[in-house]
Design a protein around this ligand. Structure first.
Ligand code: ZN
Length: 436
């Protein structure tokens, strides 16, 4: 690789702006876990990266689940007794309960209220609600508007279909020097929500675009899937491929102003956990590392005990910890290009560690080699210390990341030291893996 070369060749200002522009384009689309909104989203992403689109038929058994019926929607509204549209899907796709069954009837206020969802704590906001696995219809609206609804009859119309069809997902596989893979996964099933959903989609898209432009040690597999059922479906169909996944990241909620949060894989000490922890610690910026827990995003499926893949999650403020989460306030004003860009570079830095993390053997292990006569010991400084650490711990049992951690220095200085020592035939790469 070089992800580090790649990083240097990029214009940082542009990537943040381009990520934001993609989010802006995708934002109005009414997505769901199946249907044309998801397909349209994948088609837009295909302008950036050559995604392969997969269609999995409704009813396909995927472990304990089944691919659901396909949902599509054209329009939805509620009219009052004067015939005025008081709730209109065309104004916000969050107004309809996502996955609503079709309905067209006149109802009393009492019946209507059984199908309305609001947020009393944030009376101006529209909640985002779904009814994926229990057939229902409904509308979401601000609590303020809800309080104005008077007695009388209401006409409700949801022009949707819920029929046998397909679950769609996008996949991009980039061949590496090795067959081992790094998995990057994001959910793309939410309608007009910017941070939860689109920020991860945008970051993964630009990451794929950048990585495909250079050589890299690992193969990369990018998944753009509907949350939960998409990960379950992919794992069920591709179980034999999972042995090749050596590291993985779920990306979501990467555009808000909060500090970066890394959630460890279930293993807790996998290389992705070590690399992410190291990069965030050495960033000198506020961040949080949290242990795995069995709720959240698709890490739940990748880290289910039968797979237990080394997949962590990178977000900024974790879901549920910001009030705008799953509301109309998770909009284009919540995400910013500077934070998208910062998240992008943090992910690149983590991948850079994984790409370059190797084990070495000291070829001159009986006492220190004389560095001075090789021109490696001009004066005592940080680099010389990194040389000593790299020499001493290159016993095949410590990888460069482990040595950097012991030395309490950034990965790059140990990596550079190892490269220099290899050039002088003092280190040799140790090929046998998993002996850390
Ligand atoms: Zn969500």
């Amino acid at each position: 690789m070089n992800i580090s070369e790649l990083k240097n060749s990029m214009d940082p200002k542009n990537v943040g702006r381009e990520m934001y522009a993609l989010i802006t384009e995708l934002y109005p689309i009414c997505r769901s876990i199946t249907g044309n909104g998801f397909r349209q989203t994948m088609e837009i992403l295909r302008r950036y990266i050559p995604l392969q689109i997969h269609e999995v038929p409704s009813g396909t058994k995927v472990f304990d689940w089944e691919v659901p019926k396909e949902w599509n929607i054209k329009d939805a509204w509620v009219k009052n007794s004067k015939g005025e549209k008081i709730i209109d899907f065309q104004k916000s796709n969050l107004h309809v309960l996502n996955y609503s069954t079709p309905v067209k009837k006149t109802v009393s206020l009492k019946e209507l209220k059984e199908h309305l969802f609001t947020l009393p704590d944030h009376p101006d906001w529209i909640p985002y609600k779904t009814s994926y696995y229990r057939e229902n219809w409904g509308f979401c609206l601000s609590h303020q508007q809800f309080l104005t609804l008077g007695d009388g009859e209401y006409e409700v119309s949801i022009d949707s279909t819920l029929e046998s069809g397909c679950l769609t997902y996008g996949e991009l596989y980039l061949q590496g020097e090795e067959e081992n893979e790094i998995l990057i996964s994001c959910h793309a099933c939410h309608p007009s929500l910017a941070n939860d959903n689109l920020s991860g989609v945008s970051l993964a898209t630009f990451l794929a675009k950048q990585i495909s432009s250079g050589s890299h040690r690992y193969a990369y597999r990018f998944l753009f899937i509907p949350g939960t059922i998409g990960a379950i479906t992919w794992l069920a169909i591709n179980e034999e491929k999972t042995a090749k996944i050596k590291h993985g990241l779920v990306l979501t909620g990467v555009g808000d102003s909060g500090k970066i949060t890394y959630k460890k894989s279930r293993r807790g000490d996998s290389d992705i956990d070590r690399a992410a922890t190291h990069v965030l610690k050495h960033s000198g910026e506020p961040h949080e590392i949290i242990d795995f827990h069995p709720y959240g995003y698709d890490e739940r499926q990748y880290c289910s005990p039968g797979f237990n893949l080394p997949v962590g999650r990178l977000s900024r403020t974790p879901y549920g910890k910001y009030p705008e989460y799953h509301t109309s306030k998770d909009n284009l004003g919540l995400v910013h290009s500077e934070f998208l860009e910062d998240s992008f570079y943090k992910v690149l830095a983590i991948l850079n560690v994984l790409e370059n993390n190797r084990s070495y053997l000291n070829l001159n292990s009986k006492c220190e080699p004389q560095l001075g006569k090789r021109g490696l010991y001009s004066s005592i400084g940080a680099n010389e210390l990194a040389l000593l650490w790299a020499l001493n711990y290159s016993d095949g049992r410590h990888d460069l990341l482990g040595i950097a951690e012991k030395a309490e220095v950034g990965f790059n200085s140990v990596q550079e030291a190892a490269a220099l020592l290899s050039k002088h035939n003092l280190l040799q790469e140790y090929r046998e893996t998993d002996l850390i």
